[in-house]
Unconditional design. Structure first.
Ligand code: PHE
Length: 372
């Protein structure tokens, strides 16, 4: 700090002379007027009205003046500072008003726009695949039949020629429905869609061409390839002169429409109590078309390098079943098939894990582009 300067001449204190104060004032007023945003105005205030602004520094000089000059300089500097402060307040108010008006436009919310208060789900791919499968058969002239999921044991087993001690009836596969007090109810959760064959035949007269898509149940643990609840598409034809060749043809048309032109199908001997002969239906692997068989360098994940993919079971109707359903076996014959809908979805869309199909995550269903 410098020593008091008693010989200080106010006229010579440059910062306090009237022209200089007027210049500082004019400069400040110009800067305030030129400030185009609140941020800019803040900088202007620091520069022209802050503690280290030229006028604030000039103001400090006043203390060192003799009393007479003090009042004069004080009036001049104080007046200039008040005017700047007023100008600052006015500009601040203008800029705030502009900002508020802009925010009202920029951040406007149209409260009249419609919105969906309940997020929409999506159709499950099993449903859409089942419909596609069904449509293929409807296109061949089949009609759609239905039956109950809680089914009489008679339809699920007896009418289909399962003898009372057939292993499929045992507790290992079948969900039995308990009657009152734990009594035998005679009801099961249907283990396949084949009971619909019998219902369809009892409901209508031959000729019969039906498909029955639906839910089926078996006491399997949920894992990547099994689920206690799954779906099948049953098919049944009963007419005069029906042979295994018609069955081959119907399956061939289905596979080509569902998976691609030119894919071959084959039948492997099997056993079901309600068909004779019985077969498992395979289709050619639509990815490798058999090329991966015996070629360790190009394994196929879709068919595990088997070249063939199993899609269901089928066979010529056992006359015992036709008789149980009241059909004249002298005149009519028929065949049936059961296709796995989960398997079809897995192969048609590359779904690898059963968990995805049963968990009901809308992100899974929406991924198929099947929103309603
Ligand atoms: N119902 C049999 C199953 O679930 C499939 C099948 C249907 C076989 C029709 C032959 C005829 O395995």
């Amino acid at each position: 700090m410098s020593a008091p300067n008693n010989s200080h001449d106010p006229v010579e204190a440059h910062a306090l002379n009237p022209d200089e104060v007027a210049r500082m004032r004019a400069e400040a007023m110009e800067a305030v007027a030129a400030a185009n945003s609140l941020d800019q105005l803040k900088e202007v205030r620091i520069a022209h009205a802050g503690d280290r602004s030229p006028l604030a520094l000039a103001n400090r000089e006043i203390g060192g003046l003799p009393p007479a000059a003090k009042a004069d300089a004080g009036k001049r500097v104080g007046g200039a500072r008040r005017e700047i402060s007023e100008a600052f307040k006015t500009r601040q108010a203008e800029l705030e008003e502009e900002r508020d008006a802009r925010v009202l436009v920029e951040e406007a919310v149209d409260v009249t726009l419609s919105f969906d208060p309940i997020p929409r789900g999506a159709r499950h791919p099993l449903t859409t695949v089942a419909e596609r499968m069904t449509d293929i058969f409807v296109g061949m002239g089949f009609e759609v039949a239905e039956g109950p999921e809680v089914e009489a044991e008679w339809y699920n087993f007896d009418a289909l020629n399962f003898l009372p001690d057939h292993p499929a009836r045992s507790m290992q596969d079948t969900f039995f429905v308990e009657g009152p007090g734990g009594a035998h109810s005679g009801l099961v959760l249907r283990t396949h869609t084949s009971p619909v064959q019998v219902r369809a035949l009892l409901d209508r007269d031959a000729p019969v061409y039906v498909v029955a898509p639906g839910k089926t149940f078996r006491t399997d643990e949920l894992d990547a390839t099994h689920s206690p609840v799954f779906h099948q598409l049953e098919g049944l034809v009963v007419d005069e002169g029906i042979t295994l060749a018609h069955l081959r043809g119907a399956i061939q048309v289905f596979v080509e429409r569902m998976f691609g032109e030119g894919l071959r199908t084959r039948m492997r001997p099997s056993y079901f109590p309600f068909t004779e002969p019985s077969a498992e239906v395979d289709m050619e692997c639509f990815v490798c078309r058999g090329a991966s068989v015996g070629d360790p360098d190009a394994p196929c994940r879709t068919c595990s390098s088997e070249g063939w993919i199993e899609i269901g079971g089928c066979g010529v109707m056992n006359p015992r079943v036709l008789t149980a359903a009241g059909v004249d076996t002298e005149r009519y014959s028929g065949w049936a098939f059961g296709l796995g809908i989960e398997r079809t979805l897995m192969f048609a869309h590359g779904v690898k894990d059963m968990h995805d199909m049963v968990e009901g995550d809308v992100r899974f269903t929406a991924a198929f582009g099947m929103e309603i």
